[in-house]
Write a protein that binds this ligand. Structure first.
Ligand SMILES: C[S@@+](CC[C@H](N)C(=O)[O-])C[C@H]1O[C@@H](n2cnc3c(N)ncnc32)[C@H](O)[C@@H]1O
Length: 255
């Protein structure tokens, strides 16, 4: 069942049923699994990647501890681009195990191929974060870092997913969420498109405040918040600043 936003905003898929939505979502991501490479968004990609790396250093860098062996879960890893880049960049500093899960087998397959012959340690699992029992897929694994980049808007029940991820986070672990601002220009254009084309599924991006409220009610504490470009927005518009600010990065710990 879909949970409406705290302010009762209309839902992205009010005109179609849950099962139709789930099937369309799966088909759409399966289709893009071997097409996306973020090359055309490289400016945004590099900033998000750097922000993730800086954030991990900020919380974990300690010259006294050389082999922390960080375990990182990329929940909704897509084609594996971010997880792989991050594991390869941090491997020599901390020792990292990367686990990527995604709704579609196709995304997982693309990620697996991308990681072949690299030096980092990876595991990849198809998994529906809303409906699957995480424990049955991941066993007793617990993570230092769980990241979700551009994923939360696809959940029908965000609080429920945040709650189930708690089981996978170590007591001092960090949940890192990157997402789009609901009022960014791209989202407004897509919203208009969805009004004109009934078949087009517009996904309502949750705001930073909404995510924070959900997380706090589920036992997380906000540790860091930053405005970020999240993709889709040309640089000159992003540089117009807060009028069209594009997205945000949030870091939570367990209370
Ligand atoms: C916009 S893509 C982002 C992919 C990746 N995190 C990145 O930044 O490149 C969203 C991803 O979330 C995945 N996803 C959506 N709903 C999901 C669910 N319920 N469980 C797991 N993954 C999901 C999709 O399959 C898709 O790969």
């Amino acid at each position: 069942m879909t949970v409406p936003s705290p302010s009762g905003e209309s839902n992205y898929k009010s005109h179609i049923s849950d099962t139709v939505y789930e099937e369309k979502l799966r088909q759409s991501f399966a289709y893009y699994s071997d097409k996306w490479d973020n090359q055309n968004l490289s400016y945004h990609y590099k900033i998000k990647r750097q922000w993730l790396l800086n954030t991990i250093h900020e919380f974990y860098h300690d010259p006294q501890k050389t082999n922390l062996n960080l375990k990182i879960l990329d929940a909704g890893c897509g084609n594996g681009l971010y997880l792989i880049d991050i594991v390869e960049a941090l491997e020599n500093i901390y020792g990292v195990d990367g686990v990527g899960v995604d709704l579609t087998e196709e995304m997982i397959e693309t990620s697996r191929k991308r990681a072949l012959d690299l030096k980092g340690k990876y595991e990849w699992f198809p998994m529906d974060l809303e409906n699957d029992d995480c424990k049955s897929k991941l066993g007793e694994q617990q993570f230092d870092i769980i990241m979700m980049n551009g994923v939360v808007c696809y959940f029908k029940n965000i609080p429920q997913v945040l709650n189930s991820l708690k089981k996978l986070l170590k007591q001092d672990g960090k949940l890192i969420i990157i997402h789009h601002n609901p009022n960014n220009l791209t989202n407004l254009v897509l919203k208009i498109k969805s009004l004109l084309e009934s078949e087009f599924i517009w996904v309502r991006n949750p705001s930073n405040k909404e995510i924070t409220t959900y997380a706090e009610t589920k036992g997380y504490l906000l540790k860091k918040y930053q405005i970020l470009p999240c993709g889709g927005m040309p640089y000159f518009l992003y540089s117009l600043g807060k009028i069209f600010w594009d997205g945000y990065g949030l870091v939570f710990t367990l209370k």
